[in-house]
Design a protein around this ligand. Structure first.
Ligand SMILES: Cc1ncc(C[n+]2csc(CCOP(=O)(O)OP(=O)(O)O)c2C)c(N)n1
Ligand SMILES: [Mg+2]
Length: 398
């Protein structure tokens, strides 16, 4: 490790070795550090400061509008925007179903609203059939991003047999093994060693795949974090560690749970390239995590990325949110990842009013239909209760 950088302006250190064997540095432009410090959110593109929620299009429409964009131009970009909208709409519908009288959804439930750019950016890099993703319990967005149908996702929320985990997992345990989605995990930090296990298998079997191992800022203080990072670097496995730093672990802000608030530096002790990025900007997520993925595919080596973001809802459904002010939430909403991207597409002429309206309507319909279907679907059969617990037959089963 020959290039640990002292100055904060070009912080963030050791990248891969170049062909001459010299270690390159990952640097970050000084503008990356012009951040709304109070929030801890690292904002590169903070000049787009409008739009607050699902209705952001209305707000945006008052501004510069490019009409008649060609239907093919920007199709990929619009797909990404649509995905972020789909995730948001799914989460907000889940919130409604959970809180309305006659509650259809029960149990632990953690919403991803505000963090959509991370899962969406990753999905653009993810190679199905080759890669794995594993995450904590805030897992709805990642699952939808990797292609889980909103119906299977909503049915799981409703505890129905058509759900992705047959209605027996619920919000924290979305899985889709066929897509390499190795799930939602409830124990903070508990899944990190599993993540490096997948990455080790990828290296051992020479598949060329990488594992996206995601976790929250709270998990960096768990012992498993130390064990997993050390082993990943020592064994050189293609694991991309991604901290979704939403600034809080339940009601405890980063500065109250971590002695070093620049969480990316944690990776320095493991001889691993690391970077701190704006996790609310889907383009940044794709570009920076893309570099880490390339390194994983090429050198089979790990990287560590802190994607700074913010969750708009409470930690879980029973959170009175006394630990943050309305002003803080309002400031965070100024950097809603969906509005940032929607405005960008409009400014680039890749999205017009008509396309935006259609997209919002289509997504709303898909989620309505998913909820209607989930409600109508059957409960898991009683005989199913001992299945899917152990890989072998459960001893009490006849
Ligand atoms: C080992 C363990 N300790 C405590 C908990 C209780 N708990 C659930 S979520 C959470 C906070 C985790 O915060 P973070 O990792 O930042 O993820 P976020 O909820 O912000 O996505 C805690 C302490 C747990 N699930 N597992
Ligand atoms: Mg957190």
């Amino acid at each position: 490790m020959d290039s640990l950088v002292a100055s904060h302006a070009d912080a963030f250190l050791a990248g891969p070795l170049n062909q001459a064997g010299k270690r390159l540095k990952w640097t970050v432009a000084a503008r990356d550090l012009r951040l709304p410090k109070a929030l801890g959110v690292r904002a590169v593109h903070d000049r787009w400061q409008y739009g607050v929620n699902m209705a952001v299009a209305n707000e945006v429409e008052k501004r510069q509008v490019v009409k008649h964009a060609s239907p093919d131009t920007g199709a990929e970009e619009r797909r990404r925007l649509r995905l972020m909208l789909l995730i948001r709409r799914f989460e907000e519908r889940t919130y409604q179903e959970y809180t309305r009288p006659g509650q259809k959804i029960g149990g632990f439930c953690h919403l991803y609203s505000g963090q959509e750019a991370v899962a969406t950016g990753i999905s653009a890099l993810y190679q199905k059939g080759k890669d794995y993703l594993i995450t904590a319990y805030r897992c709805h967005g990642h699952s939808l991003a990797l292609g889980m149908s909103p119906r299977a996702a909503m049915a799981e929320m409703f505890g129905k047999s058509t759900g992705c985990s047959k209605g027996k997992g619920g919000s924290m345990h979305f899985f889709d093994a066929a897509a390499g989605n190795m799930g939602g995990h409830g124990i903070v930090g508990g899944h990190l060693p599993l993540g490096i296990g997948f990455a080790f298998a990828q290296k051992y079997k020479k598949t060329g795949g990488v594992t996206f191992c995601l976790f929250g800022d709270g998990a960096v203080n768990q012992g498993t974090h130390n064990e997993a990072l050390n082993m990943a670097s020592l064994y050189k496995v293609p694991c991309v560690f991604i901290v979704e730093n939403n600034q809080m672990a339940m009601g405890t802000q980063v500065e109250r749970h971590s002695a070093e608030t620049d969480l990316a530096k944690r990776a320095a002790g493991y001889n691993m390239p690391f970077k701190d990025i704006d996790g609310n900007d889907v383009d940044t997520v794709m570009r920076e995590i893309g570099m880490a993925v390339e390194r994983g595919r090429r050198d089979e080596s790990p990287s560590y990325i802190v994607a700074n973001t913010y969750r708009f809802r409470g930690h879980s459904m029973s959170d009175a949110m006394k630990y943050r002010s309305k002003e803080e939430l309002e400031r965070a909403r100024q950097r809603d990842p969906i509005s940032i991207y929607e405005v960008r597409l409009r400014e680039k002429g890749l999205l017009d009013d008509e396309q935006s309206r259609e997209m919002h309507e289509e997504v709303a319909q898909i989620i309505d239909e998913a909820a209607r279907q989930a409600d109508a679907d059957p409960q898991p059969a009683l005989e199913e209760r001992f299945n899917d617990i152990l890989s072998e037959t459960y001893p009490l089963q006849k």
